[in-house]
Design a binder for this molecule. Sequence first.
Ligand code: NAD
Ligand code: UDP
Ligand code: UDP
Length: 343
Amino acid sequence: KMENKIKTLEQGKKIYPEVKFLTYKDRKRILVTGGAGFVGSHLVDRLMMQGHEVTVVDNFFTGRKRNVEHWVGHENFELLHHDIVNPLYIEVDQIYHLASPASPPNYMYNPIKTLKTNTLGTINMLGLAKRVRARLLLASTSEVYGDPEIHPQNEDYWGHVNPIGPRACYDEGKRVAETMCYAYEKQENVEVRVARIFNTFGPRMHMNDGRVVSNFILQALQNESITVYGEGEQTRSFQYVSDLVDGLLALMNSNYSLPVNLGNPDEHSIMEFARIIRSLVGGESEIIKNPAKEDDPRRRKPDISRAQKYLNWQPQVPLLIGLNKTIDYFLNELRRSRHSERN
Ligand code: NAD
Ligand code: UDP
Ligand code: UDP
């Protein structure tokens, strides 16, 4: 329904999505780092519609202005082109810290930058939170559990990560980002929230970011072979982006400061997943097996009892409904890119 509300330029005059009026007392100044990315831009939509003042900080490495352009010019909205590896001095009440490449090809493209963003960038955001007494929510990841030895994963599990493998820049970067949050909480009384996010999908995922959902949908839509890495017996659990946004808001505004898993426990093997997407799209794509990826976690499924208990949160959107919305989105993106090629 959000997508329908978002109308932009009409006869030269910008029409913004409707935002709620909040009194000064209830209105918060909220920073979203990585707010021009996939998850960040959906979070920004929700915070703006709730009537808050939102500042997005993004270096546009994987994010796009287009994801938030429907807010540009709105009096409650500000977009800063800034790299969080550098210090940032602004005044805010809450910080949603999402800036970091998230898909394996993106974070492996420049592992040193991924490390800098997650370490120096997180220190800067914690330093900012400390100075202005803001609460900070870190977008951590299920990757902190690595290739897990327990199933499903609960928050007390310490993880099984190869510190020198190809995924380490991201996994270890997020692990130390969590460590930093609790060090600033303990030593400097910074209020922190840590969301361990499991695989999430939906509109505004990047076309070419190489994640399984976007790859399979695009391959199926274009009648190309669907590329399963390895035997396809590895499993993942996929959450629709609006459920994640609900969870992030609930966590930020809760009194619970330990890490919380946010994900959908509906687990599928990657082979099953390829078949589901092919049947939803309805093409003739062949499913082929490519070489397995190094250190690819074999199983992943969140134990969400903590989120249920402390946030009263659980995912609402069934896989097939979320997938259909995402397929529609990619169909439009393909049309759009073909259109711009022609012109
Ligand atoms: P994304 O790549 O779409 O968004 C990340 C955003 O951060 C982009 O807009 C990018 O330009 C920005 N960014 C990266 N480095 C930056 C820097 N140094 N300075 C400023 N901005 C920078 O990814 P996403 O899927 O929206 O992920 C958002 C957050 O959620 C990430 O922290 C990611 O680790 C976490 N997460 C996502 C998933 C998922 O399945 N999508 C799963 C687990 C965790
Ligand atoms: N920092 C920032 N914005 C602020 C305050 C701090 O970006 O509003 C950065 C600052 O550059 C510092 C980091 O956050 O390197 C950590 O801050 P902290 O106060 O913990 O460290 P210190 O400045 O004492 O080294
Ligand atoms: N995968 C696949 N084919 C693809 C892309 C990914 O089989 O074209 C597999 C990948 O090896 C992993 C799973 O799908 O086992 C999820 O990959 P993704 O990169 O989306 O996220 P991850 O959970 O590995 O971070």
